[in-house]
Design a protein around this ligand. Structure first.
Ligand SMILES: C=CC1=C(C)c2cc3[nH]c(cc4nc(cc5[nH]c(cc1n2)c(C)c5CCC(=O)O)C(CCC(=O)O)=C4C)c(C)c3C=C
Ligand code: FE2
Length: 489
């Protein structure tokens, strides 16, 4: 089985049942390799690599391989021992959050300073932040993927969409207390991870880099440099890889690193996805099992996995492995539950679509209505693409989808909490970091053409002409604006 999500972008692979059959429940092996990355998007605003091929060290747990070995050029390492401490949370030990989102270690060894960089999406701290946060999100070419010719429209379009969407988003954030809890929870996860590493005798500073709000990637990287970190493990807080999440954050990081002589020589390992790790799967199964017991008839409850969607084109045209990894992930969680004699029905649907394009199906809202009509009476919603509570669990699932489900005939509703600082989960993240440490390598800069250069004046003129015409039609036609408001937002 292919090991790296990024390499799947070269040749997308589908999940096959024979692949599932090979999964073993107690092996999780790390592999690392320098891979050549395809240019599935290109430069914009100086943030993108825009090279035909890029190099990065990637890591991926590979449950089909059982022994430490070198296979096909991949060096494989046995995982460091695992300890699952079920039922406690590291966050509850009383660690407070800290300015600048770093957890520092007092007794660092002079010659080796290990850093762990947690990547996350970020969210507005206050209602005032909502529109600029949305601007940052929509200005990301990995979120709105415009054809190369129209890339220069990215920022005006982001401005337009963010202004038009802000009122609706603000309502959502207002309903959950006036801002996103993401920063606080991610800081707590960083503290918990630092403690978990310490109990395994690994001293490390843990940093947080958000993609669209504070603390931005640049802020975290500044602190890493200031602290003189000598080895860095990058850990995205997304179990499954998507171009729109981990892909986007890693590219932002690469762009910062390639500009800096210290950073470009810093040994780095990126754990690209970890949805198949036993600690994660077991932690999810624990939460589901606990929540099932809150129902009067647990065996009759439909387990309803709801994942954040992505546009279909990401998976079908750009080779995003997100759907495959999501399906594998659900398979593994259900396998773990079956091993515990929990044989409930389950289903997977995708939520939170934005805009007029097709997103991964089936859609959560449509499936809820169908299940209600089919007579399902008890349902347990399981948010599965994200490991912290956020607007889409607290508002979309707990309020909007719950209301829809009850209206559709579902009588008993439950929702599995996000993992947040669940100790078995944090312990597993610590293991993932330790396993990744031997694989750190310098992130080398790309060898291809770095920037798209408009050398040909005629080509440049034509691009500007067509682009401006499109911008004019799109931005200034009242019909377009009202159609846009109706369909896109
Ligand atoms: C795995 C998780 C996520 C994927 C994949 C993802 C893709 C994706 N998201 C949007 C648009 C929006 N996302 C928004 C917020 C948001 N999204 C995720 C996770 C994934 N997004 C999180 C954790 C959050 C932040 C939550 C918080 O608490 O602040 C928003 C803003 C909120 C809103 O207005 O609904 C938008 C918009 C796209 C277009 C996309 C894939 C292309
Ligand atoms: Fe999102």
């Amino acid at each position: 089985m292919e090991t790296g999500a990024i390499s799947r972008l070269l040749q997308p692979t589908k999940v096959s049942s024979s692949g599932f059959a090979n999964f073993t429940s107690n092996s999780s092996i790390c592999c690392s390799q320098k891979r050549l990355l395809p240019a599935y998007h290109s430069s914009h605003g100086g943030r993108e690599m825009n090279s035909d091929e890029r190099e990065i060290t990637v890591l991926s747990s590979e449950p089909t391989l059982k022994k430490s070995s070198v296979v096909g050029g991949l060096s494989l390492h046995r995982p460091v021992h695992k300890r699952d401490v079920v039922g406690k949370t590291f966050c509850s030990v009383g660690l407070s959050t800290y300015p600048g989102s770093i957890v520092e270690s007092s007794s660092q060894i002079a010659e080796e300073k290990i850093g762990v960089l947690l990547l996350n999406l970020g969210g507005p701290d206050t209602l005032h932040d909502v529109q600029p946060f949305l601007f940052n999100l929509f200005a990301d070419p990995d979120i709105i993927r415009l054809p190369r010719l129209f890339r220069f429209l990215q920022r005006p379009l982001a401005q337009l969409i963010s202004v038009l969407r802000a009122p609706k988003s603000k309502e959502g954030y207002a309903a959950i207390g006036g801002g996103s809890p993401l920063r606080k929870i991610t800081d707590e996860q960083a503290s918990a991870l630092k403690m978990a590493l310490e109990t395994k005798e690994v001293l490390a500073n843990v940093y947080v880099a958000m993609r669209y709000w504070h603390p931005f990637t640049e802020e975290a990287v500044h602190q890493i440099k200031r602290d003189g970190i000598t080895k860095l493990v990058v850990l995205p807080l997304y179990p499954q890889y998507s171009i729109s999440t981990t892909g986007s954050s890693v590219r932002a990081l690469q762009n910062i690193f390639k500009e800096d002589s210290y950073l470009s020589r810093l040994p780095v390992a990126v754990i690209e996805s970890w949805y198949q790790r036993q600690g994660y799967i077991k932690s999810m199964a624990n939460l589901i099992e606990q929540e099932l017991h809150t129902f009067t008839k647990p065996e009759e409850v439909m387990i309803f996995f709801s994942a954040h969607g992505v546009p279909v084109s990401y998976v079908e045209n750009a080779g995003d492995p997100y759907r495959d990894q999501m399906e594998e992930c659900i398979f593994l969680i259900m396998k773990e539950l079956k091993a515990r004699r929990i044989n409930n029905d389950h289903t997977l649907a995708y939520q939170s679509r934005v805009g007029p394009v097709q997103w991964l199906k089936p859609y959560t809202d449509e499936v809820l209505v169908e299940l209600g009509q089919k007579g399902v009476k008890s349902l347990l919603a399981v948010p599965v693409s994200f490991v912290s509570e956020h607007i889409e669990t607290l508002e979309e699932i707990d309020m909007e989808y719950k209301e829809l489900a009850l209206e559709s005939g579902i009588e008993n509703w439950g929702r599995v909490p996000a993992l947040n600082c669940t100790s078995s989960f944090i312990t597993d993240l610590a293991d993932a970091v330790i396993e990744a440490l031997p694989s750190t390598m310098a992130m080398s800069t790309s060898t291809g053409t770095e920037e798209e250069v408009d050398n040909d004046p005629m080509q440049y003129f034509l691009k500007m002409l067509f682009g401006s015409l499109l911008a004019f039609v799109f931005l200034f036609s009242p019909k377009m604006v009202s159609a846009f408001k109706k369909n896109v937002l």
